[in-house]
Design a protein around this ligand. Structure first.
Ligand SMILES: [Fe+2]
Length: 298
């Protein structure tokens, strides 16, 4: 085969791959389901809907409708692990997408992308470096207060460096969360201490699954840890899976349900997220997702 022919075939395959990643997979939403054995022996199952990283912009109507339809799963609790918006005008669209979910018990933390608007970057650079330390902007330019207000006004609990308690599915659930460690806003000391032993289950909530923060939650007795941020790698290879995590978590636990520490007893669920930065609107072998976690007896 002549070099020119080979080059043409490679270019055509590359263009087809990018087209698929941008037009098909980015809008091919998946619902994942896991059972998590964290409840006392006699408790009824509790359905927790975990959403993350919507990075919503006003034009993403398909994503909005898909999020809204998640209410049909009849979750007892909704957990949003941040990076919900990616545009100054996106808050009402995101709240509209949550729609009926806002009538249910819910909790949330923020990610860096709720605070600072996205900027154009070479989308491939994440393959060789993380964005940690790039957050040099100090003045927020996205309406994160409005975003928080919209959720707290509906009764959702703001867990940014805060603890709280929620009654869901007939059980008392103790929760603690931190603001985004990826941009240095986490203050675990504000929530530190043994998790409420009287609660039926204890859940730690954070945007970026940074092991040093996960260790603290696990040591304090939180038996289920929920995070997002990684996008599951976003551009994956079918045989190799996640290539990069954009934080300290290992590639094997960049999405899905695992233990934390890897050989420990707490459960860690990392969502691969619902969206992408508008400047890297591609997903490959890593469909956008939400997860229904059914908490069941141990
Ligand atoms: Fe994100």
């Amino acid at each position: 085969m002549r070099a020119r022919t080979l080059l043409s075939i490679t270019a055509a395959a590359g263009a087809a791959g990018i087209g698929y990643a941008a037009l098909v997979e980015r809008n091919w939403f998946a619902l994942r389901r896991y059972d998590v054995p964290v409840l006392p022996a006699d408790a009824s199952p509790v359905r927790v809907l975990h959403i993350s990283d919507a990075h919503l912009t006003p034009g993403r109507r398909r994503l909005q409708s898909w999020i809204r339809a998640l209410d049909e799963l009849d979750p007892h609790l909704v957990v949003n692990t941040g990076d919900s918006i990616a545009h100054p005008e996106a808050v009402p669209y995101f709240l509209e997408a949550l729609g009926p979910l806002l009538s249910r018990p819910g909790v949330f933390v923020l990610g860096s992308n709720d605070i600072h608007s996205p900027r154009p970057k070479n989308p491939a650079r994440y393959l060789w470096r993380t964005s940690h330390g790039e957050h040099t902007r100090h003045v927020p330019d996205l309406p994160w207060e409005k975003l928080c207000e919209g959720m707290t006004d509906a009764g959702w609990l703001d867990l940014n460096n805060r603890c709280g308690k929620v009654s869901a599915g007939g059980l008392d659930i103790a929760l603690a969360g931190v603001h985004d460690s990826h941009m240095g806003r986490d203050r675990y000391q504000d929530v530190a201490g043994p998790a409420d032993p009287a609660a039926a289950v204890r859940i730690g909530v954070l945007h970026s699954p940074e092991p040093r923060v996960l260790d603290l939650f696990a040591a304090d007795g939180y038996e289920l840890l929920l995070a997002g941020h990684t996008h599951g790698g976003q551009l994956c290879l079918p045989q190799l899976g996640t290539l990069v995590t954009n934080c300290g978590i290992d590639r094997e636990r960049a999405r899905g349900l695992h233990h934390h520490p890897a050989d420990g007893s707490a459960w860690l669920h990392v969502s691969a997220g619902l969206g992408t930065s508008p400047y890297a609107p591609v997903r490959f072998a890593c469909r956008p997702e939400a997860t229904l976690l059914t908490l069941v007896p141990r």
